[in-house]
Write a protein that binds this ligand. Structure first.
Ligand SMILES: Nc1ncnc2c1ncn2[C@@H]1O[C@H](COP(=O)(O)OP(=O)(O)OP(=O)(O)O)[C@@H](O)[C@H]1O
Ligand SMILES: [Mg+2]
Length: 633
């Protein structure tokens, strides 16, 4: 094959559209140590892309090499590749671009008296003028391959992709200024933060840049992440921000993950993030996050994908844990829980260990396992009151704090009573803090058996009491069950096993997944060659329809691997138990009971959302209230 054909084929892998060129050129500018990078586009980058930097420049002798294939100044041998710290390492990008567009390189190293201009087409070198640094110009992309050019979208779309490419770089490098111009107009300018005396990677500069690039609302609606793991091979660190569940979006367009400064799309990271949000986000919502993972370069292979957008971790389990823990821990801190800042109230007992809660369920159980594609038994769009008023389930109020537990004991009440153990039965009111001192305030009233109103320092707090309590019960159950997914769900043998006509596939699945079924508290065994018997079900679901339950679990096991099914079932099971265990709407509570609920919310992880991702409370500030009454205008 002629050389230029080889180059063009290689280019096809690297350059898909103008944004790919922008990515490669900005990569190079960053590798050159630039502190300021300007990207200019014409016609979405199809007509012209210029990237100008103030980096180290290229010497005259090296300049012709820059456009040659396999010429890189960044690594010399395979060992270097193992520990590569630069964005580039293949010596492919400029050669590839040069084979499909008209390229020129204008560059000057600081020591030289003037700059040099290289024409990529003719190879001609000429003296030129510019300050130290490099400007690379790419004209008429795909000029020689009209077929490819036809595949490009509108200029606006291509331009948006180019901007996205710069955005990805800019997020990771708050120490570098970025400017984007399109058709003569400046679109973006993200200034480097002056980090005098601060480490360039400190959170302030990161947050500043994230806010500049993604909007300052992103910062308000997200949490700081910073977690380090020490492994035998060195430190793993995750920094960045994770959006609150409220900030989740319909599309996954604000999920940025970086490994050693390189933007990546990675299944392990995405899965870990997803799982950290599993019990605070409704299924279809996409969390937002910016994650910077740093690790010794030897722990990750960056040379696995033509555009370097994928990497391979040596130890993906550690990465998974790092990500899911960092996000999980951040989300677990309740927004209302300024609890840390408050003295620990005497009544706040450490979580009781051991002993499963005396939970009972009654009535027809909605299926706890969601079949793929089916909607869960809670419809997110239905308001809480009508949703739950319709459920004829006994509302249970679990005593949690020492006080309420003691109160319950002393009145001989049991948890399965339909009465709410009243916090007022204890001698001293443990919630007698002056109003306004508790983050969620002091309860003042209940509205239509659905909402609790409380007054705090900022104004009015409105709490969806069922949603809030559901989360509290859920978290407590989860703490008891532990995180270990291999943990056995407590199981209850059926006095009279139910049997059903099963398909050959169901029978085979029951046989090969007996262990998994067991873990989930199910015993499903062949009865005849064409029937299966359900001999035990999860205790919490003992009243449900065993056949439907078994069938849906078998169906899930046919489609997904066992660990996915177990994880999902755990969440769903907990959710069902929590929903049944939570205080029902349309139930009148005393002020003390309302306060007890508020205090539990303040100390319960993830209590800002019910386990379907809806908010459990809202703050109306005095300002909000004043606005309603046009006060102070
Ligand atoms: N903006 C720049 N400033 C300084 N040197 C540059 C710049 N752009 C390219 N170079 C030089 O040109 C060489 C070739 O760049 P090219 O992008 O083709 O390869 P690379 O970055 O080494 O590897 P990769 O193909 O993985 O990007 C680089 O190794 C570098 O020496
Ligand atoms: Mg490069």
């Amino acid at each position: 094959m002629p050389d230029d054909l080889i180059s063009q084929i290689a280019a096809g892998e690297v350059v898909e559209r103008p944004a790919s060129v922008v990515r490669e050129l900005v990569d190079n500018a960053i590798d050159a140590g630039a502190t300021s990078i300007t990207v200019r586009l014409q016609a979405g980058g199809v007509r012209l892309i210029t990237v100008e930097d103030d980096g180290c420049g290229i010497t005259k002798s090296q300049l012709p090499l820059a456009l040659q294939r396999h010429a890189t100044s960044k690594i010399a041998n395979l060992n270097d590749l193992e520990s590569v710290q630069t964005m580039g390492f293949r010596g492919e990008a400029l050669a590839a671009v040069n084979s499909i567009a008209q390229v020129s390189v204008l560059t000057r190293v600081a020591q030289d008296a003037h700059a040099w201009l290289l024409d990529g087409h003719s190879g001609e070198l000429s003296a030129a003028a510019r300050t130290a640094g490099t400007t690379i110009e790419v004209r008429e992309l795909f000029y020689a391959t009209p077929a490819r050019r036809k595949f490009l979208k509108t200029d606006n779309t291509e331009q948006a992709h180019c901007i996205e490419a710069v955005r990805r770089h800019a997020l990771a490098r708050p120490d570098v200024s970025f400017a984007i111009w399109a058709d003569g107009k400046q679109l973006e300018l993200w200034r480097a933060m002056h980090t005098d005396g601060l480490a360039p990677d400190d959170h302030a500069s990161l947050d500043q840049r994230i806010g500049d690039v993604l909007g300052h609302g992103f910062i308000d609606d997200s949490l700081t992440l910073d977690l380090r793991f020490n492994t035998d091979d060195g430190e793993l660190r995750l920094r960045g921000r994770a959006g609150l569940p409220d900030a989740a979006r319909a599309r996954a367009d604000q999920q940025f993950a970086y490994v050693n400064g390189r933007f990546v799309r990675d299944k392990v990271i995405a899965h870990a993030a997803r799982s950290a949000y599993a019990d605070v986000l409704h299924g279809h919502k996409q969390p937002v996050y910016v994650l910077f993972i740093d690790m010794p370069p030897t722990r990750v292979d960056v040379n696995v994908h033509p555009t370097k957008i994928e990497v391979r971790f040596r130890d993906s389990r550690a990465i998974h844990q790092l990500v899911s823990r960092a996000i999980g821990q951040a989300l677990a801190v309740p927004r209302a829980g300024i609890a840390n800042a408050l003295p620990t109230p005497a009544w706040q007992a450490p979580p009781t260990s051991g002993g499963s809660p005396p939970l009972a369920t009654s009535g027809q159980n909605p299926l706890p396992w969601r079949t793929p594609g089916a909607v869960s038994h809670w419809d997110a769009a239905t308001p809480a009151h009508s949703r739950h008023a319709a459920q004829e389930l006994a509302a249970l109020w679990q005593p949690h704090s020492n006080t309420t537990a003691r109160a319950a004991d002393s009145t001989g009440a049991t948890a399965s009573d339909n009465t709410v153990p009243s916090a007022t039965t204890s001698t001293a009111d443990p919630f007698a803090l002056p109003s306004g001192e508790w983050p969620l305030g002091s309860a003042v009233a209940q509205i239509h058996g659905v909402y609790i109103l409380a007054q705090n320092a900022n104004g009015l707090v409105v709490v969806d009491m069922h949603a809030a309590h559901e989360r509290i019960v859920y978290e407590r159950l989860k703490a008891q069950l532990g995180d270990g997914l291999d943990q056995q769900v407590s199981s209850q043998p059926l006095l009279i096993p139910t049997s059903f006509a099963a398909t050959a596939l169901e029978i085979a699945t029951a046989h090969s997944h007996a262990q998994t079924l067991n873990t989930l508290g199910l015993v499903v065994e062949p009865l005849t060659p064409k029937t299966l018997a359900v001999r035990a079900v999860p205790t919490a679901l003992a009243q449900g329809d065993a056949t439907t339950l078994a069938r849906s679990v078998l169906a899930e096991l046919q489609q997904h691997d066992a660990s996915t099914v177990i994880a999902r079932a755990h969440n769903e099971l907990l959710g069902t138990m929590a929903c049944h265990g939570a205080v029902r709407a349309n139930r009148s509570l005393t002020i003390a009971e309302m306060n007890a609920l508020l205090r539990q919310m303040e100390v319960t992880a993830r209590s800002d959302q019910c386990n379907h991702g809806r908010p459990t409370w809202q703050q109306l500030t005095m300002k909000d209230l004043d606005r309603l009454f046009l006060r102070g205008r």
